[in-house]
Design a protein around this ligand. Structure first.
Ligand SMILES: [Zn+2]
Length: 164
């Protein structure tokens, strides 16, 4: 192929520069004569392949002649350049939005707040969850400690009491 990769391989409406370039090849030709030339032009078969000024517009995808002095343009016209910049910005924003979507951000904030402000709450919840799963008879010694803890918590406002 050897052609520069375009952001979009689909042809859009040709930009000014591309039209100007094409007109140069079909000047003073009838429509019937011009059509095959245009077709070949789009395939890159008409122009001098060695001409470094002839490029494909990075936006509209058509060939054009670079008119800039340093021969460093990527688009055939200002319109194509503006549209290309807009497209790139949109793509960039879309990528960014994907990385920091509302969902993942909210989830992260939740985790963050949990760990920062309510670490005890988390461990208590964990404890309750575990005790539900691994309910088994406890020794009288542990039971006594458990009762003592219950008693203590009651005095401190019963904040350990599991609410279901
Ligand atoms: Zn263009």
């Amino acid at each position: 192929m050897g052609q520069p990769k375009n952001i979009s391989q689909n042809f859009k409406n040709p930009g000014e520069g591309a039209i100007e370039f094409a007109i140069g090849f079909v000047k003073n030709k009838t429509r019937a004569e011009a059509l095959p030339i245009i077709k070949r032009l789009l395939q890159g078969d008409v122009h001098d392949a060695g001409d470094k000024r002839i490029k494909r517009c990075a936006y509209c995808g058509y060939y054009y002649r670079d008119q800039t002095k340093p021969n460093n343009s990527k688009t055939c016209s200002q319109f194509c350049k503006t549209d290309l910049d807009t497209l790139r910005r949109k793509k960039k924003n879309a990528d960014k939005a994907l990385l920091t979507s509302d969902k993942s951000l909210k989830k992260m904030e939740k985790l963050y707040v949990w760990w920062l402000d309510y670490p005890f709450w988390i461990s208590e919840r964990e404890m309750i969850n575990r005790s539900w799963k691994h309910e088994k008879p406890v020794s009288s010694e542990k039971l006594a400690m458990h009762d003592a803890a219950k008693q203590r918590d009651k005095e401190f406002g019963g904040k350990r009491a599991p609410k279901r």
